[in-house]
Design a protein around this ligand. Structure first.
Ligand SMILES: [Cu+2]
Length: 205
C-alpha cells in the first residue's frame, strides 16, 4: 500500500472517529477540536515519514505541503459549522451594553405567546419556526414569561450573554424547566454553558 493511501486512511479514520465522538458528546467543542487536530497530526506523520523513505529528492517536498494544506482544509471544513454556532451570539452581544438588551426592534410581530415555551431538544433551543438558522429565536411582547424546558437526554443551561447575565438557569437536567420574564423591549442573546448552542429573545413593546 502506498504511503499516500495509508495517510489518507489514517486521516479519514481519525475524522470518522472524531465525528462519531462529537455526536455522542453533543458536539462538544473540545472533543471535536482535539480529534481533528489529532487526526491531522497522525496523517501528517504517516505522510511525512513515508514520503521521506520513498524519495529523498527535492521533488518530493511539495507533496508534504499538499498534505499539510489538505489536512488543514479538511479540519477547518469540519470545525466551521460548529464554530458558526457561536457567531450569532458574538454578533448579537455587540449591541448589548448596559442593560444587556440590544436596540429595541420595531415593527416585529410576536412569534410566541405568553407564556412562551422553548423546548430544548437535540441540543437546540426550540423547534420549528423557533429554529431560525439553527438558533432558538422568538419575538415576544414585553411582559412575557419565557419558559425553557429541557426535553433532551443531556444537561443544558439557558444563560444570558449580557454582563452581568440577566438570567442564568444553572444546569437543567432532563425534564427541568426555567422561566424568565422579559419586561424591557430589546434583543437578548443567550447560550448554553455546556454546548455551542445559542438563542435570541426579541422583546417588542
Ligand atoms: Cu446545552
Amino acid at each position: 500500500m502506498g504511503s499516500g493511501v495509508r495517510a489518507i486512511l489514517v486521516f479519514l479514520g481519525g475524522m470518522l472517529f472524531t465525528v462519531a465522538l462529537g455526536v455522542a458528546t453533543q458536539y462538544n467543542m473540545l472533543v471535536l477540536a482535539l480529534g481533528s487536530i489529532g487526526s491531522m497530526l497522525f496523517a501528517l506523520r504517516e505522510g511525512f515519514v513515508a514520503t521521506g523513505e520513498e524519495g529523498r529528492g527535492a521533488t518530493k517536498l511539495p507533496v508534504r505541503w499538499i498534505w499539510f494544506v489538505g489536512c488543514v482544509a479538511l479540519v477547518l471544513l469540519t470545525l466551521t459549522p460548529i464554530l458558526g454556532a457561536y457567531s450569532p451570539t458574538i454578533a448579537a452581544t455587540g449591541g448589548g451594553g448596559g442593560g444587556g438588551g440590544g436596540a429595541a426592534p420595531s415593527g416585529l410581530t410576536p412569534t410566541c405567546g405568553n407564556p412562551c415555551i422553548i423546548i430544548i431538544r437535540n441540543s437546540a433551543f426550540g423547534s420549528g419556526s423557533q429554529l431560525q438558522n439553527g438558533n432558538g429565536y422568538v419575538v415576544v411582547k414585553a411582559g412575557t414569561t419565557v419558559t425553557w424546558e429541557n426535553r433532551d437526554n443531556t444537561q443544558h443551561t439557558t444563560t444570558s450573554t449580557a454582563s452581568p447575565p440577566l438570567w442564568d438557569s444553572g444546569i437543567l437536567n432532563p425534564g427541568q424547566q426555567f422561566s424568565h420574564t422579559f419586561n424591557t423591549p430589546g434583543t437578548f442573546s443567550y447560550i448554553c454553558n455546556v454546548h455551542p448552542m445559542a438563542g435570541t429573545v426579541v422583546v417588542v413593546s
